[in-house]
Design a protein around this ligand. Structure first.
Ligand code: UTP
Length: 413
């Protein structure tokens, strides 16, 4: 229900966010309306509790953390064929859809457009989106199907993403027939005092709510309904920035189907105890990913009788879910984590603040927090050189340079 300006002011004062209307009178009418719409959609209690939680450390001391079982793709031998057949049949029957999460801000990379439009410097100068589309089309041909492709964008990059695809004629896909775009949710950013920020455009400064927003976004935007219409039963969800992501994997599907689980995730061996990656484990009997910032040194260094790291199955954001699990998780709120980021904003006195370092909190849900909602999940260990070439940083580790080299080596280009 529309609230009056007086009601909105009252509510803002209650939550000590009255400054949000400081510039209201100077805004053109359409922006005034947009600002009021934004404010009416903010869950102030949620933002307040998230801000208060930014000061709390995560405490796992009362949780039972254990290693997780996994299957090594390279050691499957005879069993391999059986799994592959099961997965292959499901793919040929059109039961697989691919989802690419492309709503992130890509702050570390620093590319001005959506991350998927980034050219990693191959001779072909293909963007990440084009590399992924090449892969999907090629795989589709192998199985005699067109793998429907669902791309999650954010409020910030949706238009630029769709325009980019339109300019490239959707790389042969057909919009709203076998390629779909949908936006993820957003949450306001707050300063170190818990005040919601106003951006340079005079509106509330909001940021995408993390890759964990995928489930809610798929359901709210009716993408899961669309998938059901298409006969999809399994959904591969991966990031846009891993140019070796293998979205169509009969073994991964075969394992999920034969183990009767609603999700299967891929892992790669953690390079060393210090590597900054999250690892799969079990928390209180449920699948969990423990972040590098949460794991104790003792756990990170623990090795088994074969000398392998006990907590060494790195999570690479390559997971397959049954559609029913996605639908369920789309209705289950995930916890939010806070990240301290740089944000340009307009302060309470109307001055523009251009930060030199992080100055504001952004709230994000993590996809892997949903694993705790599953009874069990299968983990498939795959080879790093074949499946993981992420583009995160402008230079150094996980940069266009490292991803390009891995891509060239794998595809022999
Ligand atoms: P990252 O967590 O690496 O974030 O995303 P990022 O936005 O690419 O980069 P930084 O941290 O700002 O430098 C992993 C994957 O999840 C997607 C990203 O687009 C990427 O494919 N993602 C992340 C979303 O789709 N939405 C988000 O809110 C966050």
């Amino acid at each position: 229900m529309e609230q009056s300006l007086e009601e909105i002011k009252w509510k803002l004062n209650k939550y000590k966010q009255g400054h949000l209307l400081n510039g209201y009178e100077n805004l053109p009418e359409n922006k005034q309306k947009a600002l009021l719409d934004q404010i009416q959609n903010i869950d102030f209690e949620l933002i307040d509790s998230l801000y208060k939680r930014t000061k709390k450390e995560l405490d796992l001391s009362n949780d039972k953390i254990e290693p997780i079982e996994y299957v090594d793709k390279l050691k499957l031998n005879g069993y391999y064929k059986g799994l592959e057949n099961t997965g292959r049949k499901a793919i040929e029957a059109g039961k697989l859809a691919a989802v690419t999460m492309a709503g992130g801000q890509g702050t570390r990379l620093g590319h001005s457009g959506p991350k998927g439009t980034f050219d990693i410097g191959l001779d072909s100068h293909k963007s990440l989106f084009e590399l992924l589309s090449d892969y999907l089309k090629e795989e589709g041909k192998k199985y005699g199907v067109v793998i429907p492709w669902f791309i999650m964008t954010s409020e910030e990059n949706n238009d630029a993403t769709v325009e980019y695809f339109a300019k490239h004629r959707f790389f042969g896909y057909e919009k709203d027939k076998n390629i779909f775009f949908f936006k993820q949710g957003e949450l306001p950013m707050v300063d170190t005092e818990g005040r919601i920020l106003i951006g340079e455009d005079g509106l509330v400064k909001e940021a995408a709510n993390g890759h964990g927003g995928i489930f809610e976004a798929l359901v709210k935007n009716k993408m899961t309904d669309k998938m059901r219409e298409l006969g999809v039963e399994w959904i591969f969800i991966g990031g846009v920035d891993n140019c070796l992501v293998k979205m169509v994997d009969p073994i991964l599907m075969g394992i999920a189907i034969e183990k009767h689980v609603t999700a299967a995730g891929k892992s790669i061996v953690k390079a060393n105890p210090e590597e900054k990656v999250g690892v799969f484990c079990k928390k209180n009997g449920k699948p969990y990913v423990i972040e590098y910032s949460e794991i104790s040194q003792e756990m990170a260094e623990k090795r088994d009788a074969n000398g392998e790291l006990v907590y060494g199955e790195s999570h690479i954001l390559c997971n397959l879910f049954n559609i029913s699990a996605v639908e369920r998780m789309g209705h289950t709120p995930l916890p939010y984590h806070s990240a301290f980021k740089k944000a340009t904003y307009i302060d309470v006195d109307g001055h523009k603040v251009v930060p030199t370092g992080p100055n504001a909190f952004k709230f994000e849900a993590f996809l892997f927090d949903a694993f705790g909602e599953l009874d069990d999940m299968a983990i498939l260990r795959v080879k790093r050189e074949e499946e993981f070439a992420p583009v995160k940083n402008a230079t150094g580790v996980d940069s266009p340079e490292t991803a390009r080299e891995l891509y060239k080596k794998f595809y022999n280009v």
